[in-house]
Ligand binder design. Structure first.
Ligand code: SF4
Length: 388
């Protein structure tokens, strides 16, 4: 059986930078976008030749930035290149991130025709005041038009991203956003609390920071998200992600379930397994592409061992990753999977930490799985640290 891999393609362009954003993204004109797609296609082609073996493509994710900023010509170029070097089928989950303000009917049709079968739309809030404060380029109305157009063009798997704990956002405003989205009935909803990232305009805006919701309101937003979405038929399968039955994001699950992936484009990270040495031992590698555009354009493909942050993972690293990535899933990690993978019991490695967290009510153990409790989710970062 062929092993499964995932592909991530990074499009680092946005119309303008949002006030809270520290992702690798920036505005760019058409000429740079064209040169970038030339480089991206070269990287995809050379990587396909370099790995020189067959894999089943489990999912493809075009993320950013704002992939929907690209012209139809460039989107078609990227997908033709992927098809040529990493053939995928109709059953492969192919997601694309899109932002209102950069979408239109023709683009949405192009995505469908190119094989995209899951659209992830960045809304953030249904309240235009909040959108303005965040520096988003669109209104709720524009989002609605794009959403309905996507449905019309046949998208039956849509994610909507929303945010809570925003400056000036009341509980009512947040719940209104949730209610409005539920009425539309997307298959997947991601709800993230605002994280203040150093160096962003929001981080330095004292007046806005004074308008952040207090701790109680923040807590209520968080609790109500779970309650309201579950009542509406969305189950929570990861700390911030909710889906209708069978509509979990396959690509993201792969990140938490040890599926190898190749990242293409500026700054993109990869996790890769390969057989090395005369005894064909399996090596587990992590590496990233350069984050400097000129360097990337000059040399879009480099052998894996020459990439940034190249690291061969030890068995201990992999066990730690299995734990802290797997525990992000609400169903947690399987004791049997751990043993099958590493040849030892999870408790023989992490017994002390696991039992401490079980005693504190932060973890539960049932049906051969260990998972965070509701209380554990609240302090998940501290728990993850224990496994690193
Ligand atoms: S659209 Fe997304 S990636 Fe682009 S600046 Fe805004 S938050 Fe960042």
């Amino acid at each position: 059986m062929l092993s499964e891999i995932e592909l991530y393609i990074h499009i680092p362009f946005c119309i303008r930078k949002c006030n809270y954003c520290d992702f690798l993204s920036f505005p760019a004109g058409e000429e740079l976008q064209n040169r970038y797609v030339d480089a991206l296609c070269e990287e995809i082609r050379r990587t396909g030749e370099h790995i020189n073996s067959s894999f089943k493509i489990r999912s493809i994710f075009l993320g950013g930035g704002t992939p929907s900023i690209l012209s139809i010509y460039n989107v078609n170029r990227i997908f033709s290149c992927i098809r040529e070097h990493f053939p995928f089928t109709d059953r492969t989950e192919v997601s694309m991130e899109a932002n209102p303000g950069t979408l239109n009917s023709e683009k949405i049709k192009t995505y469908r025709d190119a094989g995209v079968n899951r659209l992830s739309i960045g809304l953030q809030s249904a309240d235009d005041e909040c959108l303005k404060m965040l520096g988003r380029i669109h209104s709720w109305q524009e989002f609605l038009e794009n959403y309905h157009e996507a449905r019309k063009k046949g998208f039956d798997n849509i994610n909507v991203d929303i945010m809570s704990a925003l400056p000036g956002q009341s509980l009512e405003s947040y719940l209104d956003t949730l209610k409005n989205i539920i009425e539309l009935g997307p298959e997947h909803i991601s709800s993230y609390s605002l994280i203040l990232e150093e160096g962003t305009p929001l981080y330095n805006d004292e007046a806005l920071l004074k308008r952040l919701p207090d701790e109680d309101t923040d807590r209520r937003m968080y609790e109500m998200t779970k309650k309201i979405l579950e009542e509406a038929g969305y189950h929570r399968y990861e700390i911030s992600n909710y889906a209708k039955e069978g509509r979990e994001c396959i690509h993201n699950l792969g990140y938490w379930e040890d599926v190898p992936y190749l990242g293409f484009g500026l700054g993109a990270s990869s996790y890769w397994k390969e057989k090395t040495g005369s005894d064909c031992q399996e090596s587990f590698l992590r590496f990233s592409n350069v984050r400097d555009m000129e360097k990337y354009l000059a040399q879009p493909f480099r052998p894996f061992e020459e990439r940034e942050d190249y690291q061969e993972l030890s068995r201990e690293d992999r066990m730690a990753e299995f734990m802290f990535l797997g525990l992000r899933k609400i169903r947690g990690v399987s004791l049997k999977d751990f043993k099958d993978r590493f040849g030892c019991d999870m408790e023989s490695v992490y017994g002390i930490a696991i039992h401490r967290f079980l005693d504190l009510g932060l973890l539960t153990m049932k049906n051969g799985r260990i998972a965070l409790t509701e209380q554990g989710i609240n302090v998940s970062n501290q728990i993850f640290c224990e496994f690193i």
